[in-house]
Design a protein around this ligand. Structure first.
Ligand SMILES: C[S@@+](CC[C@H](N)C(=O)[O-])C[C@H]1O[C@@H](n2cnc3c(N)ncnc32)[C@H](O)[C@@H]1O
Length: 232
């Protein structure tokens, strides 16, 4: 059965498909301040708390899930937050359209689709190519947070990060089960209730490292993108 696509009329929602090419995303906010991105915001639990913790940062929260974007917007609209904008778009596509070097002070990826079966692992969002691309979009000393409930995903990302020049681990180990002041997303809360661990990683782009545009790996749209315009 096809679900009805919910129309989102909220002032927090940006219809990215209507933006001019190369729109500067920083200009979507009333106040000019550093810009951070959450990829796969779900229904907004994390971004609402983070944006309240960090009013001096503007946040773009994206998801390909129509109902998730709708719910996130509704929750933001009933809060006093003015530093969040929500877009319904695939992460790599958004960055390929509107991304530029050094634009993001932080990138958050919380409990991305796990693709637990071995034969589906190539569908995972966070890969060598993706992490290299993020070095281009992150500012010098910009933060990359990756949280997953799947230990082999955590291991895969930790191994890839350890082989990539340009990132420095901000933890004492590859990953940890607790990160102070880090808000819980819906999935994190669900796993905690079930007594299941999640694995946090926090890396920072080295101040001296530069990835030039011509070294930026080509964007492949990813498995999920096929569904972007369909209702989900
Ligand atoms: C497992 S849910 C986690 C939601 C939320 N981050 C949390 O922790 O509660 C993963 C979310 O990421 C979204 N998603 C998956 N791939 C994406 C992509 N390539 N770009 C944007 N969103 C994506 C899905 O639609 C889904 O809402």
């Amino acid at each position: 059965m096809t679900q009805r696509k919910i129309e989102i009329t909220s002032p927090t929602f940006i219809d990215a498909w209507k933006l001019p090419t190369q729109q500067n995303l920083a200009l979507l906010f009333p106040t000019q301040q550093p810009l951070a991105l959450e990829i796969g915001c779900g229904i907004g639990d994390f971004i609402i708390q983070r944006a309240a913790q960090q009013p001096h940062i503007n946040f773009i929260a994206i998801d390909i899930y129509n109902k998730g974007c709708y719910k996130t917007c509704r929750r933001i609209d009933t809060s006093a937050l003015t530093n969040v904008r929500v877009m319904r778009m695939e992460a790599r596509y958004l960055l390929s359209q509107f991304g530029h070097a050094d634009m993001l002070s932080a990138i958050y990826i919380n409990c991305p689709d796990p693709w637990p079966k071995k034969r589906h692992r190539s569908r995972r969002l966070v890969s060598h190519t993706f992490l290299t691309q993020m070095l281009y979009y992150l500012k010098p000393q910009g933060d990359l947070y990756f949280v997953t409930d799947v230990e082999n995903y955590a291991q895969q990302v930790a191994e890839t990060l350890s082989t990539l020049d340009g990132y420095t681990n901000q933890l004492d180990c590859c990953y940890t089960n607790q990160l102070n002041d880090y808000p819980q997303s819906k999935y994190m809360r669900r796993f905690a209730k079930q007594g299941l661990p999640v694995y946090f990683q926090h890396h920072r782009r080295d101040a001296q490292f530069t990835l030039h545009a011509h070294m930026l790996p080509a964007t492949t749209m990813g498995f999920r993108n096929r569904h972007t315009l369909e209702v989900k």
